[in-house]
Design a protein around this ligand. Structure first.
Ligand SMILES: [Fe+2]
Length: 265
């Protein structure tokens, strides 16, 4: 059955909405993106955030984040929880942790029923015949492949149900040297598990850039953050302002297509 969902990523929300990061307001940007989704794509089946929900991993940052989204209900990880912020009408939302989300605080604040908090969020959920496989590369800036994550992925892909892999970290190079190095050195092992399976795409965040690449013949889609973005100019590492984006994904007849929507600030 055809359906649509939205991906957002890398919000880096701070303790209060008034706080700025290098002069940029992450809360203003996330609110603008949520409002745009509500006005133009409010009828999607769900929204998923691929991590870095907050900036430093503080309890009060998660409280601010949850308040902005108007999250009301509890759930097991990864969701859904119903979002009502900025005009959203109780849209189900799923959440992955990124490297800015210490797992203990992430689980305690977002999924308080999970005790003790798992060390990693390797879970899956199904929606209209498609399995969404959440993979966790850890809380370091550079992705780390673990046997547990690879086993989880292999097990979720074994029966041939069409799958979408949701990842915080990039799974390969994205064309910016410093970001390329953040993928796991042995990401090829991840590719070996994907190869030949019924995987419609891998969706990721982390690099704060929108890119389309491929791994083991599978489409890999990275998405620009709602936070500020990165660029490299020679040896210089630059923090740059770009309008935030979100991705509207359509799954129809075993094919995944998507459209990137840019939001003016
Ligand atoms: Fe990030």
């Amino acid at each position: 059955m055809a359906f649509r969902f939205v991906q957002i990523t890398d919000h880096h929300i701070m303790a209060t909405e008034a706080m700025l990061a290098r002069g940029y307001s992450p809360s203003h940007a996330l609110r603008a993106v949520l409002r745009h989704i509500a006005q133009h794509h409010g009828d999607v089946d769900f929204i998923v955030s691929t991590g870095d929900l907050v900036d430093k991993g503080l309890d009060e940052e998660y409280r601010t984040f949850r308040g902005m989204l108007g999250l009301r209900n509890a759930s097991a990880a990864p969701g859904p929880q119903m979002a009502s912020g900025e005009g959203l009408r109780e849209v189900p939302m799923y959440f992955l942790p990124g490297n800015h989300d210490p797992r203990e605080v992430f689980f305690r604040t977002m999924f308080p029923g999970e005790a003790p908090a798992p060390a990693a969020m390797n879970v899956a959920f199904e929606h209209k015949g498609v399995r969404f496989v959440c993979v966790d590369w850890g809380a370091a800036n550079k992705a780390v492949t673990t046997p547990g994550m690879l086993a989880h992925l292999a097990s979720c892909l074994a029966d041939g149900v069409p799958a979408v892999v949701l990842s915080h970290h990039n799974v390969g190079p994205v064309g910016v040297a410093r970001l390329d190095g953040l993928a796991a050195d042995d990401a090829g092992r991840f590719g070996e598990v994907l190869a030949g399976r019924n995987v419609l795409a891998v969706l990721h965040g982390h690099t704060h850039l929108t890119v389309e690449t491929a791994l083991a013949g599978v489409k890999v889609l990275g998405l620009r953050s709602t936070h500020f973005s990165f660029a490299q100019a020679g040896d210089e590492w630059l923090y740059v302002l770009r309008p935030p984006q979100y991705r509207v994904v359509t799954v129809d007849g075993g094919v995944l297509t998507s459209e990137v929507v840019e939001v003016a600030l």
